[in-house]
Design a protein around this ligand. Structure first.
Ligand code: ADP
Ligand code: ADP
Ligand code: ZN
Length: 227
């Protein structure tokens, strides 16, 4: 009898707070955060073939083709840290990706127990994306208005003073990303609610209150490592 390691999906529009919450959920559950956005940006920085192909889509605010994403995920799940279950952040983002994931789950002995949809309205999305920046050294996320470092210009987490903004975090690109979200990603809502594992989380609340909403689900119980 094989036990299937519990896994979690976090989805929601760009800037909804997936990354911010994923870091916390990863700490409380011990499950590695698998962010396709972070993996793609790393590939772009390193100038790999995959990165060069993905770059054009990302800069225009379009979804990267499913085949590229599915390839990335299958490679990632081979790493040993995935065997106890994982936290998907920003994947799957289309129905074909969700279908491909179902096959991969069987191959890797994983099971999705929770799919969280972070709900944030479009106007708030635009302000979150436009004000977003991260520490260049440790990747901790901040926001011009909503989440400033305790000491201005100094990262809370590592003390360094250099911050970066993403190329695609401008008000024009975010509109195409939102359009793609409503067209291609939101159909996943019924895909997962039909099988009874969709949980809606009000992402309009402050960062700590959103975390409380996650913790109020049975996430932490189910998220415990399987022994
Ligand atoms: P995503 O991973 O969904 O694209 P992020 O976690 O990067 O989103 O959050 C987008 C921006 O909004 C960041 O600048 C972050 O600091 C800020 N943010 C995240 N959660 C909240 C929240 N609940 N309220 C206000 N701002 C938030
Ligand atoms: P956000 O949550 O702010 O939209 P991400 O960091 O998750 O940003 O993704 C950044 C970009 O990377 C997306 O706009 C898209 O071009 C690409 N991307 C990330 N994940 C996927 C995915 N699962 N499918 C297709 N494209 C993706
Ligand atoms: Zn830092």
């Amino acid at each position: 009898i094989s036990s299937q390691a519990h896994s979690i999906i976090l989805f929601g529009p760009p800037g909804a707070g997936k990354g911010t919450q994923a870091v916390r959920i990863s700490q409380t559950t011990g499950k590695p955060q698998i962010s396709t956005g972070d993996m793609l940006r790393e590939a772009v920085r390193e100038g790999t073939d995959l990165g060069n192909e993905a770059k054009g889509y990302m800069n225009r605010g379009l979804l990267v083709p499913d085949s590229i994403i599915i390839g990335l995920i299958s490679e990632r799940l081979k790493r040993s840290d995935a065997s106890g279950g994982v936290l998907f952040d920003g994947f799957p983002r289309t129905i074909p990706q969700a279908i491909a994931l179902d096959k991969l789950l069987i191959t890797f002995g994983l099971k999705i127990n929770f799919v969280f949809e972070l709900i944030v309205d479009d106007e708030q999305i635009i302000s979150r994306v436009v004000g977003r920046y991260t520490c260049k050294n440790c990747d901790t996320g901040y926001h011009d208005q909503f989440l400033k470092p305790k000491i201005e210009g100094v990262c809370d987490n590592c003390g360094k003073k250099v911050f970066i903004r993403r190329n695609d975090d401008n008000s024009q690109t975010v509109r195409s990303r939102l359009k793609d979200y409503h067209r291609k990603t939101s159909p996943m809502i019924s895909y997962y609610s039909n099988i009874g594992i969709l949980y809606k989380i009000n992402g309009m609340l402050g960062v700590d209150n959103v975390t409380k909403k996650f913790n109020a689900t049975k996430l932490l119980q189910v998220g415990l490592p399987i022994t």
